[in-house]
Design a protein around this ligand. Structure first.
Ligand code: SF4
Length: 418
């Protein structure tokens, strides 16, 4: 019964198990002492580290980063300190995935990577088969850098290709050139990196679909196990956002974006890729284990400025400011805002992320979360969405149909509870 109750959270160390949460609606907390809990220590956990530096600002990007590298060493030091400060955040210290994202983690030098991984190993045990991903930009992937990544234990690369078409790279103010995107992937493969994902951006304004089709031909020729493809969006706090506000850049054409999404799905799926999440395609089930943990509501710890952590009924956000982050950490404080998630928040998050995946949402889990009948309450909306062919229900599983994938976020919000 304990494991099935979705509102219980465990802290498991070598000789004790503590749990807190609710059993049949009542708050409970307990500590049980055991001589040896090592078997339980193998509960799967996930660690994210945000490296907030980039060579230059891409015109579409609203992630947290700085182009001023002066604080890079101090930042690595602060990240290592935060790992120690937050080591008890997760229910266990056994890591199944580690993800270095950003920003641009491929800007880290060998000794900086070593410093981070030494610290991780000091506070956590890492599964020998753990998925350890590093986000990289093509212009950073030299032979020496790839060898340093390998030595640090990185076994998966997520490369920010975005496009193989030079004018589009320039338009987006990417730091790399088209030829580097292709050559760095081949170099990484030669160095034994077989678990490679690339990011692509589609719906970049163009008179026709030939650029996307040529990009996809290149992708297929590279035999990559994983592709993440995102629709270009115009975010307010970006150069594109500013141009759009000034009338210098039109909005993204929804019809053009939908056509490109359709081409993307058809091309990749007919080449044997599975669209296991709206924006993610995997060959031979080589899913991103780390990102899948987010979509399946698994607890994770995020380290670094702007990083998020999630632990069942709370989420916390570190300050998105490098100087403030370094200062607070030096004083032994984690500069995080904690948000308590209501039952409605938990249900809505599960709908938003779960419906985007091929596994959909479990109706039983939604009922457990809500302690009331989700299906009964949302029956008219579910009926409408299934009738128009956007949603399907099979036994316990509610999923988007192929047509529904084009309206994923709107469908999830239609099903939101208050
Ligand atoms: S897209 Fe990546 S490389 Fe470009 S600014 Fe954003 S985080 Fe940096």
């Amino acid at each position: 019964m304990l494991i099935e109750d979705a509102s219980l959270y465990f802290e498991i160390t070598k000789n004790r198990v503590a749990y807190q949460g609710k059993i049949q609606g009542r708050p409970r907390f307990s500590v049980l002492l055991y001589a040896d809990c090592s078997a339980l220590c193998h509960v799967i956990m996930h660690l994210y580290i945000h490296i907030p530096f980039c060579k230059q600002a891409c015109y579409y990007c609203d992630f947290h980063f700085s182009t001023n590298m002066a604080q890079k060493s101090a930042m690595v030091e602060a990240i290592c300190t935060e790992i120690g400060l937050q080591a008890s955040y997760l229910p266990s210290r056994h890591l199944e995935t580690i993800y270095l994202g950003g920003g641009t983690p491929s800007l880290l030098q060998k000794h900086e990577l070593e410093q981070i991984f030494e610290t991780i190993h000091r506070y956590f045990t890492v599964n020998p088969n753990a998925e350890i991903t590093l986000e990289a930009n093509p212009d950073d992937l030299s032979l020496a850098q790839l060898q340093a990544f390998k030595q640090a234990g990185i076994n998966r690369l997520s490369i920010g290709v975005q496009s193989f078409y030079e004018p589009h790279l320039q338009q987006m103010h990417r730091a790399h050139q088209a030829h580097q995107a292709e050559s760095c992937i081949k170099l990484a493969q030669d160095q034994g990196f077989h678990n490679i994902s690339i990011d692509l951006i589609y719906a970049i304004p163009h008179p026709d679909h030939r650029v996307l089709e040529a990009d996809l031909d290149k992708v297929l020729a590279l035999s990559l196990p994983h592709i993440s493809a995102y629709c270009l969006t115009i975010e307010p706090q970006t150069v594109f956002g500013k141009w759009h506000k000034q009338g210098k850049m039109p909005a993204i054409d929804d019809h053009f974006a939908a056509e490109q999404f359709d081409i993307l799905i058809k091309t990749l799926c007919s080449a044997g890729y599975e669209q296991y999440e709206i924006s993610n395609f995997a060959h031979a089930q080589q899913y991103s284990k780390h990102n899948t943990s987010y979509w399946q509501q698994k607890p994770y710890l995020g380290i670094g400025p702007s990083a998020h952590s999630y632990h069942g009924n709370t989420r916390q956000y570190n300050v998105a400011n490098n100087a403030q982050y370094i200062k607070a950490i030096a004083q032994g404080q984690v500069p995080a805002t904690v948000e308590h998630l209501s039952i409605a928040d938990q249900i809505n998050e599960y709908l938003l992320t779960g419906l985007r995946t091929q596994w959909g949402c479990s109706l039983r889990y939604l009922e457990q979360l809500g302690q009331a009948s989700f299906v009964q309450r949302q029956a008219p909306i579910i009926a409408r969405l299934t009738q128009i062919g956007h949603l399907s229900i099979n036994a316990d599983v509610m999923k988007l149909t192929e047509t529904g994938k084009f309206f994923a976020d709107r469908i999830a919000s239609d099903l939101f509870v208050e």
